[in-house]
Design a binder for this molecule. Structure first.
Ligand code: ZN
Length: 272
């Protein structure tokens, strides 16, 4: 089958790779309907992460189940499924607490390379969610967003305890930040302050439920959040950039006793 392989910074090749097969009884093989590039793929592409050997790429994916191992019970061949970037069993104590990306049995699906025709997904029962029916083509991009950025944004909003009556600030206006805005809205937040400098993204943030836009960054961004919140800071701050500066901005924009969820995605070398 064909798949994308990163050979060195800036050097991505679509080449023939071994066709994946069921290895463990809990695996599924899926035929990819859609896959995309994550911001974290760019860290490798730009050489921020070292690339020591040819590496299959991609961890955001949806597709049709082709084959399942003998212990898989919740998905079956022919179903359309949305997957996650870490495989998880959905049953261990860590998963039950809601931290699936730290599952005690977690496996990095991205190591198998979802930017390909076929993908082996470990722990299929815990990792794949089947849709009620095979969706039409126009819905597939939205379902693909549920494979990483929506789940990550939603997790950030829940972990930051965004909810009724809360003032929530979101640092970062990429896909994760925008979907954290959407999640905070769905969770009932009263005010949602999106920190964004890009006009098209500001518009999306407002569409998704942001009540205010802050364009300032760093010290000025923190001062603006304080100014909007009677000098207190936000109840909940979601950091969705992953740099040292944005993390410090998130921490300082949180009111005493508030909750922040930094490090949804973090750039290598960033210290918490
Ligand atoms: Zn688990």
């Amino acid at each position: 089958m064909r798949g994308a392989v990163l050979h060195a910074p800036g050097d991505v090749r679509v080449e023939e790779r071994d066709t994946p097969t069921v290895i463990d009884n809990t695996d599924a093989i899926i035929r990819l309907s859609a896959t995309c590039v994550c911001g974290s793929d760019l860290w490798d592409y730009r050489g921020i992460n070292p690339v020591s050997r040819p590496t299959p790429m991609g961890h955001e994916y949806v597709g049709i189940v082709e084959e399942v191992g003998s212990e898989v019970t919740t998905v079956r061949p022919g179903q359309f499924v949305v997957g996650s970037f870490f495989a998880s069993d959905n049953t261990c104590a860590i998963c039950r607490a809601g931290y699936h990306s730290s599952c005690v049995r977690r496996e990095n699906v991205g190591a198998n390379g979802a930017q390909a025709e076929l993908l082996r997904v470990p722990l299929a029962d815990g990792t794949l969610v089947a849709t009620p029916e095979v969706p039409s083509d126009d819905v597939i991009p939205s379902l693909l967003a549920a494979s990483d950025v929506l789940g990550t944004g939603w997790f950030g909003a829940v972990a930051a305890q965004a909810g009724a009556g809360k003032t929530v600030a979101v640092v970062g206006d990429g896909a994760v930040g925008l979907l954290a805005v959407l999640a905070a809205k769905q969770l009932g937040a009263q005010r949602i302050i999106a920190m964004s400098r890009h006009e098209p993204r500001q518009k999306l943030a407002l569409d998704f439920g942001a009540t205010e836009i802050v364009t300032e960054r760093g010290d000025d961004g923190v001062a603006k959040i304080k100014e909007l919140t009677d000098g207190l800071g936000a109840h909940s701050v979601i950091e969705a950039v992953g740099t040292q500066e944005s993390m410090m901005q998130a921490i300082r924009a949180t009111r005493p006793g508030g909750r922040r969820r930094p490090r949804l995605c973090h750039r290598p070398g960033t210290r918490v």
